[in-house]
Write a protein that binds this ligand. Structure first.
Ligand SMILES: Cc1cc2nc3c(=O)[nH]c(=O)nc-3n(C[C@H](O)[C@H](O)[C@H](O)COP(=O)(O)O)c2cc1C
Length: 230
């Protein structure tokens, strides 16, 4: 499927991704995903190795792990460390982390890189209270300076491409997704996935795509319109 400017559009569980522009080929860093990639979104307690094996068999071109707590990783918690398990047949595969402390996220990013994924994804979109109300996931949308600083530190800490998954804002009064996209692009992320709802909306209500057209304009120098949220 293509948008009205001829860019390739792909459906990734209703989340929008802007990835690096390179004619019609979708690239994240040096990773060439071809013209029409099918992406598996990160899903806690769902996108584990057996589920990913099924998705790979059925044509997934890029898959993400479920999110992993940075605090769990730096403390060597078995449950978190186990989620780093990835297998060569899954490639390309991304590992996603979340957390609210810049130093812990930087340390966790280095641990993730050791596990050998093709991409490191940062979760700035989780709306559940136990994550967002502690300032992680979508909670960081209330402190965009910290979000940018955290991302910059992570990009510096690893050699693999860093991607971000986020939402429009905390609520309808705090939507600064244009600024977020521009600033995260400036500190070196290679792609952004945008769930076109606010944290307040959780998983319900209308996704507002009107923001996405604007973001495409901001991001068009570096990013390509790749997938969309319904
Ligand atoms: C059970 C479940 C677990 C999820 N876990 C994560 C996660 O770990 N990380 C993440 O970025 N998004 C997570 N999400 C959000 C999805 O990746 C996706 O962006 C969201 O569900 C929107 O797509 P949908 O409307 O098709 O559900 C989860 C969603 C579901 C339903």
């Amino acid at each position: 499927m293509k948008d009205n400017e001829g860019n390739v559009i792909d459906i990734q569980l209703k989340t929008v991704i802007f990835a690096k522009k390179n004619k019609r080929v979708i690239k994240i860093g040096d990773l060439n995903l071809g013209e029409f990639p099918l992406l598996l979104a990160p899903m806690e307690d769902v996108s584990d190795p057996p589920f990913r094996a099924v998705c790979k068999t059925n044509g997934a071109d890029l898959m993400y792990t479920e999110f992993i707590s940075s605090e769990g990783l730096i403390r060597d918690a078995a449950k978190s460390v186990q989620k780093l398990d990835i297998y060569d047949y899954e490639r390309p595969v991304g590992i996603q982390i979340f957390g609210n402390e810049i130093s812990s996220m930087r340390e966790a990013a280095a641990i993730v890189e050791e596990a050998g994924p093709d991409i490191l994804d940062i979760n700035y979109g989780c709306p559940v209270s136990k994550v967002a109300c502690k300032g992680a996931g979508a909670g960081i949308l209330l402190d965009i300076d910290k979000m940018v600083a955290m991302t910059a530190e992570i990009v510096k800490a690893v050699k693999i491409p860093v991607t971000v998954k986020t939402r429009l804002g905390w609520d309808e009064n705090t939507i600064r997704i244009n600024e977020v996209t521009e600033r995260l692009q400036d500190v070196g992320i290679q792609a952004i996935s945008i769930h076109a709802r606010t944290r307040k909306q959780m998983y319900k209500g209308e996704a507002d795509w009107s923001y996405l057209a604007e973001i495409k304009k901001i991001a068009e120098l570096q990013f390509q319109f790749l997938a969309m949220e319904t």
